[in-house]
Design a protein around this ligand. Structure first.
Ligand SMILES: [Zn+2]
Length: 260
């Protein structure tokens, strides 16, 4: 093959790997197919559910599912959504690729009310909808190891820790892989759109981060995967008063914010 053909092939590969993030105009390099990511997400979720205890508080579990389903609908994403409340003091929550969501009871006291919980779930769901896990794997150790396109499984893989870290459950297995600042900002932006659309007062996202900051080291799990830009609460307050968010919230069916 001549060098021109090779150059054309290389640019085709890059075009295929370059995707537009749903709900955002950002172009991202992501060569991980949804099917593969969703399968890894499901495996990691089953691991978590096996090792952690599901909450026996059925009322609160129902609240988590109700809010989660509303956020999922607002995101417009057709995942096989699943929402579980984990009985644990850890201040933590995550959404794995494919829409597998875990909320830990420890984070409820920081969420304080339904809109606070909607803010957390909106942010986590946004990481999954925006395919941040696949993007991280495309850039990370798997790409370097030439494993793109390889059949990956968590049960028998020396990259297990790296995969779990990229998926966002690294804190559970002692591998810390914080989301980058740009992914965090994107999840904040999309997450607030979802919560406003679903009818939850978007200002509560800002209040949640104010409480999180006050807790300081109280939230090592959540904080380790969600590095906290100092002015996050302020940025969210400003975002909540933008015309786009105010319009989304105004058009939604209003709900009363209830204490959890
Ligand atoms: Zn995040």
């Amino acid at each position: 093959m001549g060098p021109q053909i090779l150059a054309i092939l290389a640019s085709i590969t890059i075009m295929v790997a370059c995707v537009t993030v749903p709900g955002s105009n950002r172009r991202a390099i992501n060569f991980m197919p949804d099917g593969q990511m969703n399968s890894l997400g499901l495996q990691a979720y089953q691991d978590v559910l096996k090792t952690e205890k599901k909450s026996k508080n059925f009322r609160m579990t129902a609240v988590v599912r109700e809010i989660g389903n509303k956020i999922a609908r607002a995101s417009g994403e057709k995942f096989k959504w699943e929402f579980n409340l984990i009985d644990s003091n850890k201040i933590n929550a995550f959404c794995l690729p494919g829409g597998k969501v875990a909320v830990y009871t420890g984070i409820l006291k920081v969420a304080q009310n339904t809109a606070g919980l909607a803010a957390i779930m909106g942010h986590e769901v946004a990481h999954a909808v925006a395919r941040h896990g696949g993007e991280r794997m495309s850039h990370g150790v798997l790409a370097q190891a030439g494993l793109a396109g390889a059949s990956l499984s968590l049960s028998n893989n020396k990259y297990r820790g790296a995969i779990l870290g990229a998926l966002g459950v690294g804190a559970q297995v002692g591998v810390m892989l914080p989301f980058s600042r740009s992914h965090e900002t994107e999840a904040d932006v999309l997450g607030m759109q979802y919560m406003a659309k679903a009818g939850y007062n978007p200002i509560e996202a800002s209040h949640f981060w104010t409480r999180m900051n006050k807790g300081g080291s109280a939230g090592p799990e959540f904080m380790s995967t969600h590095p906290n830009p100092v002015n996050r609460a302020n940025a969210l307050r400003k975002m909540a008063s933008s015309s786009k968010i105010r319009n989304l919230y105004a058009r939604s069916r209003k709900q009363i914010t209830k204490r959890l």
